[in-house]
Design a protein around this ligand. Structure first.
Ligand code: BES
Ligand code: MN
Ligand code: ZN
Length: 501
């Protein structure tokens, strides 16, 4: 993957009947009459028999003998769902793509969206143009597969998905879909293919095709700057740690910093993880992937904003050079940290990056993404990211943006009482606060490094990849990384810059 060209989304704007070998209806329960009219006698029969009732994710394949295309897929968009109307649209479109992929013979799929389903979604996002964009992005996400080198029965993907969307929607959807693919590719990559060094190469290869500038701070610079957190966590690997900085300058006056945890593999360090927990830790770079995808999206969309992604990239491994329990680290902002556990490494690298961003960029808003705590999975499972921060107004905006994007985030408190759990006898703070409220104490730790910058933190440990208990959406297709965070950030930046250009 490193060095390869920008990924390509699989949708095209056009008539869903033009040159396709399967035709699908994304239809809500209220739209069943529409489907009867439009689908011909067999679709009418199937619906009247009650064999398809448009429940969410329900699909039905119908063969038609005298009409082209010969396959008609009915995909349900339900009626009322806890996740709202935009998500019903995404789910229906994605279910159609999934059903077509499973046939393994379909190459071009046209999707017709029932007008009522589209209108309900538009009500949530503000316009039909937005709803179409969401449908396109969901279609592409459902067709995603991590580029496997696999000869035996690789998953089948569609060459083209055709929707009759407005031109403007196609344009924005293209940017977002590419960015989500970038984020999923980075998070899905095996740790041997995407260590800190290879991540740097990959980011630089992206910068040849996307209007962003890349600056990378290597060990000598990190030492010069006193980034004790990044240096300590990275010490146990033969691949040196680095801070990857990706800038998009879109003007407009608003400055946003996005900080993403990229532990390309988290073995736990000397506090080694047991095998079953270590197994999934190639995904511990998903936060960095989200920050990278977000800046790529902002750049491709040409949003009127300055976005800087700061991605501390390290491997957390046990070794003769590893940092050790009860070490005391000196961080970029001058605070000292006692290492209570080397497996609480994410907050150490994030702390340096947050403090550096706050001081050097002086952003109006700072947002971070990190697969930071197992406790976030205990608290919310795989159906919401944990959202914490220091600014009520920003947190409300992030919460709303996340909801619109179909990436729910749920808030946890940041009361000062939680800070007590972080007290240390040998340093200003410990990096661990014990088992209770683990997600909150991790955020309280980060808070010590953001200064007075308005800041929101997304703990995506439960949602960054498809785990045993979710998140289940047909657009996460064959599992793996979800790209969680990219679509939220785009919604947030668009709401912050609305009216500017
Ligand atoms: N990357 C993990 C958190 C994680 C766990 C993410 C499971 C996704 C699924 C993080 O670095 C970690 O190990 N956190 C520890 C912190 C503890 C030692 C205070 C945890 O959550 O157990
Ligand atoms: Mn860890
Ligand atoms: Zn980690």
């Amino acid at each position: 993957m490193p060095g390869v060209a920008l990924p390509k989304p699989s949708f095209r704007r056009g008539s869903p009947l033009d040159g396709v070998d399967a035709y699908a209806f994304a239809v809500s329960k209220k739209g069943l009459e529409w489907a009867k009219e439009k689908g011909g006698p067999l679709a009418r029969l199937v619906i009247e028999l009650g064999d398809f009732s448009a429940n969410t994710e329900e699909t039905k394949l119908i063969y038609r003998q005298e009409t082209w295309p010969p396959r008609l897929i009915l995909a349900g968009g339900g009626d009322r769902e806890w996740y709202g109307d935009a998500e019903r649209l995404r789910v229906a479109v994605a279910a159609a793509v999934k059903a077509a992929r499973e046939l393994r013979k379909v190459h071009r799929l046209g999707i017709e969206v029932e007008p009522g389903l589209l209108q309900d979604a538009a009500g949530e996002g503000g316009s039909e143009e937005w709803a179409w964009e969401q449908a396109l992005v969901a279609a592409d996400m459902a067709n995603y597969v991590y580029s496997l080198k696999k000869k035996s029965r690789a998953p089948h993907t569609l060459e083209e998905i055709v929707l009759d969307a407005p031109e403007a929607s196609e344009k924005t959807a293209r940017a977002i879909a590419v960015a989500v693919r970038v984020a999923r590719d980075v998070a899905n990559a095996p740790a041997n293919k995407m260590n800190p060094e290879k991540l740097e190469e990959y980011v630089k290869s992206l910068a040849r095709e996307v209007p962003v500038e890349v600056e990378v701070l290597h060990r000598p610079e990190l030492e010069e700057l006193g980034m004790g957190g990044i240096l300590a966590v990275g010490a146990g690997s033969v691949v040196e740690p680095r801070l990857i900085i990706v800038r998009y300058r879109g003007g407009g006056g608003l400055r946003i910093a996005l900080i993403g945890k990229a532990v390309t593999f988290d073995a736990g360090g000397l506090d080694l993880k047991p095998p079953q927990y270590m197994l999934e830790m190639k995904y511990d770079k998903a936060g960095g992937a989200a920050a990278l995808g977000s800046v790529v999206a902002a750049a491709l969309l040409g949003l009127p904003v300055e976005v800087t992604a700061l991605i501390p990239a390290v491997e957390n491994l046990p070794d003769g050079r590893s940092y050790k329990p009860l070490d005391v680290l000196e961080m970029y902002n001058g605070l000292t940290v006692e290492v209570g556990n080397t497996d609480a490494e994410g907050r150490l690298i994030m702390a340096d990056a947050l403090a550096y961003a706050a001081e050097k960029i002086k952003p109006d808003y700072m947002l971070d993404y990190a697969t930071l705590t197992g406790a976030a999975v205990i608290a919310l499972g795989s159906h919401a990211a944990a959202l914490l921060g220091n600014d009520e107004e920003l947190l409300k905006m992030v919460e709303e943006a996340a909801w619109r994007a179909g990436e729910p985030a749920w808030r946890l408190p940041m009361w000062p009482v939680y800070e007590k759990q972080l007290e240390s006898k040998t340093a200003d703070t410990s990096n661990v606060g014990g088992r209770p409220a683990g997600t909150i104490t991790a955020a309280k730790f980060l808070e010590k490094f953001v200064g007075d910058t308005r800041w929101a933190h997304l703990d995506i440990a439960g949602v960054a990849w498809v785990q045993e208990k979710g998140p289940w959406r047909p657009y996460y297709s064959q599992g793996g990384a979800t790209g969680w965070g990219v679509r939220t950030t785009i919604e947030l930046i668009r709401s912050l810059t609305r009216g500017k250009n």
